[in-house]
Design a protein around this ligand. Sequence first.
Ligand SMILES: Nc1ncnc2c1ncn2[C@@H]1O[C@H](COP(=O)(O)OP(=O)(O)OP(=O)(O)O)[C@@H](O)[C@H]1O
Ligand SMILES: [Mg+2]
Length: 275
Amino acid sequence: MSKIRQAEPLFALTNKIRGSVGGIKHKIMVLSGKGGVGKSFISSMLSLALAERNYRVSIMDADIHGSSIPTLLGLHDARHYADEGGILPVEGPLGVKVVAINLMLDSPDLPVVWRGPLKSRAIIELLAKVKWPEGDFLILDLPPGTGDEAITIVQSIKDLTGAIIVTAPNILSEVIVSKAVNFVVKNNVRLLGIVENMSYFKCPESGREYSILGKSTGEELARKYNTRLLARIPLDPLIATALEEGVPYLLAYPEGEAAKAIRSLAGEVLRILQQ
Ligand SMILES: Nc1ncnc2c1ncn2[C@@H]1O[C@H](COP(=O)(O)OP(=O)(O)OP(=O)(O)O)[C@@H](O)[C@H]1O
Ligand SMILES: [Mg+2]
């Protein structure tokens, strides 16, 4: 008679996480109080910018409903495999190791219909059961807001290095930032700083900068919340072109305005971590 396999209890999985990601030096979560501000774009490109400097980087897509890291890294058709030691990360560009629920589905276009407890469980399972390689960075890309996924991550990775909060210049940004800052502070996570994405558009002909989405408030917000503005990333139409081409923007357009800003963000993160 076949035996029904019992699911591993949650506490047992959570206990495994310290060991499973223990060989990765810095674990950084990227979050925002709001959707669509560029968290996934920044997480994925920051991973590549760190890998360009020869750091060993892993990235986990913790956005179960809106998984976009595989697409941003040109890995839409890749799939996870497992061996007896656990789930194997997908090898991405520049050796970045990628982990995403989407890469376990029969088709990446299938919607995931899990609710809160199941989503938390999925994140814990991934953290515990992936064969995370030794490395320098684990970048965690979160879904919008400070809900189940964000709570699960701060509770299950006890030695998070810090958090990066992403915002964009518009009238809601203050509320967005304050929610995210409060979440980070309340959970005793180190706030590495704020990134203002879609900050401005630089005209390639005149070199003039235009505030398309509204006045940049990044500096002001960083001061108000007693943190630093890590970078202002401009709007770059080549990001959409790279997505259409199915190639990672930073590698396809290394001289793009946003690419330069992402590299400077990587430099800033490294500088802060050395302090
Ligand atoms: N600086 C930029 N210039 C132009 N397009 C951008 C820029 N940053 C991000 N984008 C584009 O904006 C869209 C939203 O970005 P992204 O998916 O990274 O946001 P998000 O905050 O992760 O969204 P969600 O909250 O849904 O997870 C994407 O199509 C992305 O390619
Ligand atoms: Mg996203």
